[in-house]
Design a protein around this ligand. Sequence first.
Ligand code: NAD
Length: 517
Amino acid sequence: MQAVATDFGITEALKALGVNDINNGTSTGANNFSSGEIIESYSPVDGQLIGKVKSTTKEDYEKVITTATEGFKTWRTMPAPQRGEIVRKFNDELRRLKEPLGKLVSYEMGKSYQEGLGEVQEMIDICDFAVGLSRQLHGLTMHSERPGHRMYEQYHPLGVVGIISAFNFPVAVWSWNTALAWVCGDACIWKGSEKTPLTSVACQNIAARVFSENGVPEGISCLITGDYTVGEMMTKDERIPLISATGSTRMGKIVAKEVAGRLGKTLLELGGNNAIIVTPDANIKNTVIGAVFGAVGTCGQRCTSTRRLIIHEDVYDKVKNAIVDAYKQIKIGNPLDENNHVGPLIDKDSVKNYQNALTKVVEEGGNILVEGGVLEGEGYESGCYVKPAIAEAENHFEIVQHETFAPILYIMKYKGDVSNALDLQNGVRQGLSSAIMTNNLREAERFLSVEGSDCGIANVNIGTSGAEIGGAFGGEKETGGGRESGSDAWKVYMRRQTNTINYTTELPLAQGIKFDL
Ligand code: NAD
């Protein structure tokens, strides 16, 4: 590959992950039958070509689904704790390769190296969780109303699970799904984002190697590559009972309709429009840190990024000034350089969306507090580096109602009771993450109550961004309603069967119905 200006260990990382051959990133990706058009992966960090992969054709896809379906027949019969043992071995490899994989995530996607490492840590955490879960795929036992009968439920694997993921969490979202689906006994076919194809190949290489060394049938982890047309091969395919799709609400609406049309199941993790409510009792220092990290972390490209700050009028000026001051400290630049806080946006289309949103908010009557703009010159050659911006805006503005995947923070005032802030917070179509900063117990509990936040995630004295794998992750309304990762999210990857066993010599019917011959 071409040398990057300052390498930051990228060449070594690509080598360690087996994706160092620029012309053939897929060469070692087992179960990847791709033979179609070439996709080039350019880094938003420095604009360099990192590698090329081949996209999946219809014929390639047929081979993948056949291999996955065949592999599933063996995998489903292996005891779940033994499947857990395979996931444990896969996790050993993730631990060993954490730094190179974190680096590739940072270089291909543009998030800071610390966040790249954090993403791989999430993979490690969910695998640990899945290993324990492999001994806890419990059903319930119920009392039968009929004498001499036993009733219970059990969970069986679903089959082949299709995973469609977004560019902004190019590796973690795959593992949230696969680690659970694998211990549940499913085979997985993954279509990663066309914007981050090499991270997908790197992950597939790791899984394929571990699986092959441990006699796991080919097809339990499969990768298909390409744009939405490749995703559509799965959404239209009746052989795939569950599609787990992460991405924009626009995509989710199309996928939901397609899969529902064949009565398949979907797990949808879509866009957010997340707010922090700042009450008069908030700890201002923590509020500033939480809000700034939430708004500018990953360059505003997290589904949980803080987009709106709803501040009580009594502390409005104080919080506003503190945040505007904090923005002056933000360093923008190469995300592999740990001195920088903010890296680039994913590509120039995203830069355009960011610019359009800033124009729009002014047109709608907003007031820019921290100017945005595209950075140029040395270190910014990729054209994807932008300045995090802040605008005072009204919640009903069309642009505020919309998720712009960029570092733009809208701030607004509320008066009186916390219920007024909740009306604003809930007054958007999305329902992913939400937060309140307060030391007032009544306000905190009202925020969490049935009349409080309508989001899937509701935090007190923490920002909106970032979540632990132990809880179920996802959101309501246009965020899609799906839950993945911790808690009992595993149940979506299995089918529930209710079993009733009669151990008498009679045949009593339920509800006392008499039927004698
Ligand atoms: P995107 O919707 O453009 O693409 C996501 C994936 O869907 C890609 O792999 C793409 O190829 C595929 N796709 C698009 N249209 C499809 C179709 N019709 N059929 C099948 N597949 C299709 O999203 P993006 O720009 O990659 O990611 C950003 C979006 O993802 C944001 O809206 C963000 O909030 C959301 N996101 C949500 C979560 C969550 O957990 N809620 C997590 C990460 C990202």
